[in-house]
Design a protein around this ligand. Structure first.
Ligand code: A2P
Length: 332
């Protein structure tokens, strides 16, 4: 029997990246079904030189499907992912719908590949900022248990979807032409500006994106006690997220130990040239698979030697979304 792959949200920013990643990695399948909303039904997409017609997503879309990649938002996943699983498919879901469900594994293959095997039809792909953070942080946690982590993000427009990327380009043109700017997709002006992440803020003062970074990391690390605080910010960058990370370890850890742990860590590339003042940049981590790590240094505010600081950057659409999901599917 052949392998039937389905892609839900094929016309979106992540959906389009899925097509590129599947093609580049030569993901094995015999049949491929591309799904999106009614609006896109009948449009075509080219994959490996072949033309595919996009179909409307319905409950019946998953008959005979073995692996279904979902990237059409939480409400679509909540409605259709269980239907796909009932039809016998294994779902890799890029939305937040099932991430914190105790029955659903939440996986970054470099961190907790062993969790995949206990799936009941759905495997969740973590939040993009969380994935980008845990790829370099997990090998450090294995080097020495982390007690506390403080992260600040610099997040690209792509995390809010394809329309947000277009909006950033459009606003930049408008701003340079001196024309008025009216935000439509994201709540505030992006061009030549930045603003606190657009997710809802709860009574603690933290927004949803920040709390995802806390809870998803704890779940994947199987560490309920690791203390994490995040500040998430949108910046006028198209598709790679960057993050400033401050770590407190449970014992003194040297910069050299950190460099050695990261040098052999899968999915990590060290970009850390102090002489040239050359460090991770979103323009350079974009379109690639690796998380760039630099500014690795001892935290001078922790004189007991327990603290390390670093700055990282990784492509939100690739490792932050499509690539991680395809890597999960490859392990299935
Ligand atoms: P469509 O292009 O037909 O609206 P992004 O996050 O980049 O905005 O992409 C969202 C993806 O989710 C798109 O592929 C979009 O398809 C898809 N989508 C949105 N609403 C639905 C729906 N009701 N049924 C199926 N797919 C949907």
């Amino acid at each position: 029997m052949g392998r039937h792959l389905a892609l839900v949200g094929a016309t979106g920013a992540v959906g389009q990246e899925f097509l590129r990643v599947l093609e580049q990695r030569n993901f094995p399948f015999d049949q491929f079904t591309l799904l999106a909303s009614k609006r896109s039904a009948g449009k075509t997409a080219t994959f490996k030189g072949q033309t595919y017609t996009i179909q409307e997503l319905t409950e019946e879309s998953f008959t005979g499907v073995d692996v279904a990649l979902f990237s059409a938002g939480g409400s679509i996943s909540r409605t259709y992912a269980p239907a796909a699983a009932r039809a016998g498919a294994v779902v890799v879901d890029n939305s937040s719908a099932f991430r914190m469900d105790p029955e659903t594994p939440l996986v970054v293959p470099e961190v907790n590949p062993q969790d995949i095997s206990r799936h009941k039809g759905i495997i969740a792909n973590p939040n993009c900022s969380t994935i980008i953070m845990v790829v370099p942080v997990w090998p450090l946690h294995r080097l020495c248990p982390i007690e506390r982590l403080v992260v600040s993000t610099y997040q690209a427009a792509s995390g809010a979807g394809y329309q947000a990327m277009l909006e950033l380009e459009e606003q930049t043109r408008e701003a340079l032409a001196g024309r008025p700017i009216t935000p439509k997709v994201l709540p505030h002006r992006m061009a030549f500006n930045l603003f606190s992440h657009n997710s809802a803020i709860n009574e603690t003062g933290y927004n949803e994106e920040e709390l995802k970074m806390v809870h998803e990391t704890r779940k994947m690390f199987h560490e309920e006690n690791i203390q994490i605080a995040a500040t998430c910010v949108r910046v006028p960058v198209l598709r790679a997220h960057s993050e400033s990370i401050n770590i407190r370890f449970s014992r003194p850890v040297t910069e050299q130990e950190v460099r050695e742990a990261l040098a052999s860590a899968p999915g990590v590339r060290i970009v850390d040239d102090r002489t040239a003042n050359y460090f991770p940049m979103p323009i350079e981590s974009s379109d690639g698979d690796d998380i760039f790590v630099g500014r690795i240094r001892q935290d001078i505010s922790q004189p007991d030697g327990h603290g390390i600081e670093m700055f990282i950057s990784g492509d939100q659409l690739r490792k932050g979304a499509a690539l991680n999901a395809v890597q999960i599917a490859e392990l299935l």
